[in-house]
Write a protein that binds this ligand. Structure first.
Ligand SMILES: C[S@@+](CC[C@H](N)C(=O)[O-])C[C@H]1O[C@@H](n2cnc3c(N)ncnc32)[C@H](O)[C@@H]1O
Length: 221
């Protein structure tokens, strides 16, 4: 896989002192380094917790809601942009969540280096950047090389759950996941079905623009 192709937007702009302060103060407590040797996932939380990775957690809306609702699951949330990481860290502290670990960095590098094969109980990515222009499609997260990387890190029976508000990307997601031999697609549809996923910030913006939401769930064979 070409890891020089970035799946996220480079963001310049004003520095965010509040977010930077949260990262400085709280990442040592809740953070995991994006780079390094393979992790012993059982050391991150209570060792009995199955671990789900969420890639592109944004402001942490889904992360914190799902963590609070499911204390029996550990969530490793990966986000490259500092404002979202800062906000997620503050929410973890405020809500006393003990089942969330935060990675501030590139999730693809993190999965490659730090996630052992067949170690995850789930993978989530809600509203990954749609990169609508054709020349940018190579930046999409849900592409064959990344889906096969994710498949290699999931345990048998684990669930991949992705969602998008961009119909053409949804079609690509279904095609790419169906083409990965170790996945069986078990659900394609909208969120009002019983998927137990809270609406996210990006999703709400998409709905306001009249976009249709598609959730895709697959099971690792
Ligand atoms: C469109 S936003 C959606 C955020 C959130 N899941 C939501 O639904 O509101 C996609 C997020 O994925 C993050 N992202 C994209 N590629 C990433 C990568 N390789 N590693 C970490 N974060 C990434 C972006 O920084 C961005 O915050």
């Amino acid at each position: 896989m070409d890891r020089s192709v970035k799946t996220y937007h480079a963001r310049g702009g004003r520095s965010q002192p509040r977010a930077k302060r949260a990262v400085h103060e709280l990442l040592p407590r809740y953070g995991v380094e994006p780079s390094g040797p393979p992790l012993e996932l059982s050391s991150l939380f209570n060792p009995s917790l199955p671990v789900v990775l969420e890639l592109g957690s944004g402001m942490g809306d889904a992360t914190t809601t799902m963590a609070a609702e499911s204390p029996e699951i550990g969530i490793v949330a990966v986000e490259v942009h500092t404002p979202g990481v800062g906000r997620l860290l503050r929410r973890i502290e405020r809500e006393n969540l003990t089942n969330v670990a935060v990675v501030h960095g590139d999730g693809i590098q993190f999965i490659h280096e730090r996630i052992p094969e067949r170690s995850l109980s789930g993978f989530r990515s809600f509203f990954p950047d749609p990169w609508p222009k054709k020349k940018h499609h190579k930046r999409r997260l849900i592409r064959p090389a990344l889906v096969s990387l994710i498949a290699s890190r999931l345990d048998a029976g684990a669930r991949l759950h992705v969602a998008t508000d961009w119909l053409e990307y949804a079609e690509q997601m279904v095609a790419v996941v169906e083409a990965e031999p170790s996945f069986e697609v078990v659900f394609v549809g909208d969120t009002d079905c019983p998927l137990s996923r809270p609406r996210t910030r990006f999703e709400i913006k998409g709905i306001a623009k009249g976009h249709t939401i598609t959730d895709i769930v697959a099971r690792k064979k």
